[in-house]
Design a protein around this ligand. Structure first.
Ligand code: XIL
Length: 302
């Protein structure tokens, strides 16, 4: 195969990228997007602040630009994200208690209903666990509405769009021995045992020298899959360059391919210049749109 999407399809998987609506007029960007990827995630346009800037006033125009582009090109869409402590609209940041809980559930319901039938998988809840060794939930206004806010969000999403896979998505959950990984694992295990609707776990996979691809990555993905959920690499980028960067991208790709329920990989941007990172070269295409060594390593590993 000569593209990432075609190579991934050989094993029934997808290869996706984050897309920014304001880059859909950039012909180099769109050329690579259309050629290489068969799954799309809106980088910001479907988040809470973008879709509900004022309470109960929903705007989907930028999300729609991305969803329509993807679907017109025969690509699928990962929805990102229905409930998150970050990128909340100002009005939501100022709510608490029952009014916040109800506003969150209304948001999940309205957004998932609007996009019903067009989303392969939703990141229903993003980044709800704390970093470090506690294994605790992250403190946030949503968490302070009660520990059951996550399952409430998943139940609302299922009711709104029964056809979408429902994912929990987080970062720093790649190393099996880390407390945060174990804590998410126990939540998913608990949800499965109690019938809370959850279908998948997303691993953001933002790696750098201080947080490298762990050698037990395959173990982590397999152990989650063994709970009866799909797993996906959802926001992959790896700081570095040249062959060392390429090797790490290859390792992530091989880890996914070794797990039958790892259904696909998404990179968080197309060219290095599209990355959310302030500096560095963490993606598969250079700033001119040329394929990097990391691209070839991924293509060959798929
Ligand atoms: C980032 C976007 O790439 C940036 O453009 C934005 O300013 C901040 O958010 N984890 C996530 C993504 O789940 O939504 C974040 O995206 C990166 C970290």
């Amino acid at each position: 195969a000569s593209t990432l999407a075609a190579a991934a399809q050989q094993s029934g998987r997808y290869f996706g990228t984050a897309v920014a609506a304001n880059k859909l007029g950039d012909s180099t960007y769109v050329g690579i997007l259309n050629r290489e990827f068969d799954m799309v995630t809106a980088e910001n346009e479907m988040k809470m602040d973008a879709t509900e800037p004022n309470q109960n006033q929903f705007t989907f125009s930028n999300g729609d630009r991305i969803v329509n582009h993807a679907r017109n090109q025969g690509k699928r869409v990962r929805g990102h994200a229905l409930a998150w402590h970050s990128q909340q609209p100002g009005w939501m940041q100022n709510l608490s208690g029952t009014s916040l809980r109800n506003a969150m559930l209304n948001h999940v319901t309205q957004v998932a209903t609007y996009y019903k039938g067009k989303i392969y998988a939703w990141d229903v809840v993003n980044e709800a666990f704390a970093d470090g060794t506690s294994g605790a939930r992250r403190d946030s206004n949503l968490q302070r509405t009660g520990n059951d806010w996550i399952e409430a969000a998943f139940r609302a999403a299922r009711a709104a769009d029964p056809g979408a896979k429902l994912c929990y998505n987080d970062y720093n959950t790649d190393n099996w021995s880390h407390a945060k990984t174990q804590a998410v694992y126990r939540m998913v295990q608990d949800f499965k045992s109690r019938g809370v609707p959850i279908d998948c776990v997303g691993f953001q996979a933002h790696f750098n020298s201080g947080n490298p691809v762990p050698s037990n990555y395959h173990t982590t993905l397999q152990n989650f899959a063994n709970l009866g959920v799909d797993v996906q690499v959802t926001e992959l980028d790896i700081e570095g360059s040249g062959s060392s960067q390429a090797q790490q991208f290859q390792g992530v790709t091989q880890a996914c391919l070794a797990v039958s329920r790892c259904t696909g990989i998404t990179v968080w941007g197309i060219r290095d210049s599209d990355s959310w990172r302030a500096s560095g070269t963490p993606l598969l295409f250079d700033s001119y749109g040329n394929k990097k060594a990391a691209y070839t390593a991924v293509l060959n590993a798929l």
